[in-house]
Design a protein around this ligand. Sequence first.
Ligand code: DAH
Length: 370
Amino acid sequence: MTDLTTLESDLAAQVAAAGDLAALEAVRVAALGKTGQVSLLLKSLGAMSPDERRERGPLINGLRDRLTALIAGRRATLEAAALEAQLAAERVDLTLPAPPRRKGSVHPTMQVMDEMIAVFAEMGFSVAEGPDIEDDFHNFTGLNFPPRHPAREMHDTFFFGPGEDGERKLLRTHTSPIQVRVMRQTNEKPAAPQWASGQAPPIRIIGPGRTYRCDSDRTHTPMFHQMEGLVIDRNIHMGHLKWTLDAFCRRFFETDAVVTRFRPHHFPFTEPSAEMDVQCDRSGGSVKIGEGSDWLEILGGGMVHPNILRTCGLDPDEWQGFAFGMGIDRLGMLKYGMPDLREVFGADVRWLAHYGFSAFQAPNLASGLS
Ligand code: DAH
């Protein structure tokens, strides 16, 4: 009798002293677990005589019930305290600044392409496109590169296996095929509805897009971007080409101090042909436009070769035109000081965060054509 009273008060003291749920659970297991003190007392009932059991049974069961209730009560208290503590610790502090959000950015090449389109759109050019996977005719033959012409060598690219007709398609080496697609009006179905479907002169288009060559160094990548330009009208001459490109450079580089020069060159699809350089300062690891004594090539151009006009069904005695092709990524490197072209396509988010543009920043070209 006394032993049960002592045990009960002892256990009650242990329950009251349990400081957390783990300690309380230890007390419960020691008393009511499989081999706990109270459980063993309950088990001992089986070995007693009926009289003894009648006397001890209610006492031991009562002890078990009271202890169980005591533990449940203590658990509720401890759980409430734990919750209180957690709530106090995790209180939302509305005065804290919001954590920074990861923002995407517009890739410099896309930004530069938009800026270029904005300048040419002001001059009345519209945008035409062509497929990345071209056929030999549009990429070469139609542009006056006959089979085995040595200039094809400079356009080493990626060819596909022969198709059903035995022809091998290729990843276009330049955006010039867009010229042919635009000029050939009736005798050719466009490759896909969105591609330039041909139009009669006068023609004034630019053709931005991806281009491919087997090349890789600081200023060359196997995939890059070009923007083609084509103007066909009556009495077009080289002076129009020079003015257009000079005006473009002043607007694009946002300075009237741009100095350009034309160097004679050769392209199968233009006659005469030229390359255009921009004067700049390349000392000190960066490029500054409008000063210095270095020259950087930014494009090729010239008067559209009469053979191209004839191939596209236009009479060269009636229509003339100029064309040019510029490297979009190259222009971006110059304008925004990106030293290595390979990083432009490296997909490194740190590089993109540094050189990328806010999606809300419209092309910053508000000064008007001069
Ligand atoms: N397609 C030439 C290239 O990739 C660039 C070019 C030169 C385009 C002269 C033209 C042009 O339209 O007239 O090197």
